[in-house]
Design a protein around this ligand. Structure first.
Ligand SMILES: [Zn+2]
Length: 128
């Protein structure tokens, strides 16, 4: 993955990378000529995609940790639920549980309570 400064036609140099730990990834690249900075931000799903492609960002590969769960997905064909996320899902009334499970499964491939919170806020699923 490379970024070009269109103005200068120069390849931007990697300058900073952050992995906040929630599955998102932020990286900034700087034009060595004019100093313009661009930032790349990926959501958990995109981060996993980048990880699974083995893309190197800033000379280091994205941590392999979330990737283990992706591998599990390939085997089971479904999203990976962490134990505590599963426990939380079990508190959802039976008649809507299947639907709720699907919504979260469509939202992310790796579901943790943190992901559930984000999904709830983003999709307006208060109380699920
Ligand atoms: Zn430039």
């Amino acid at each position: 993955m490379k970024f070009l400064c269109v103005e200068c036609d120069r390849q931007m140099a990697f300058s900073e990378r952050q992995v906040p730990g929630d599955g998102t990834l932020a990286a900034t690249f700087k034009c060595p000529k004019c100093g313009r900075v661009v930032a790349m931000l990926t959501n958990p799903m995109e981060t996993q995609l980048v990880s699974s492609l083995g893309v190197e960002i800033g000379g280091r590969t994205v941590p392999a940790e979330p990737f283990e769960m992706v591998r599990a997905n390939v085997v089971t064909g479904g999203p990976a639920w962490s134990a505590d996320a599963q426990e939380r899902l079990e508190r959802v009334p039976t008649f809507v549980r299947g639907m709720v499970k699907k919504i979260y499964g469509d939202y992310a491939r790796e579901i943790t309570p943190a992901v559930m919170d984000t999904a709830r806020a983003e999709l307006g699923l208060e109380g699920m």
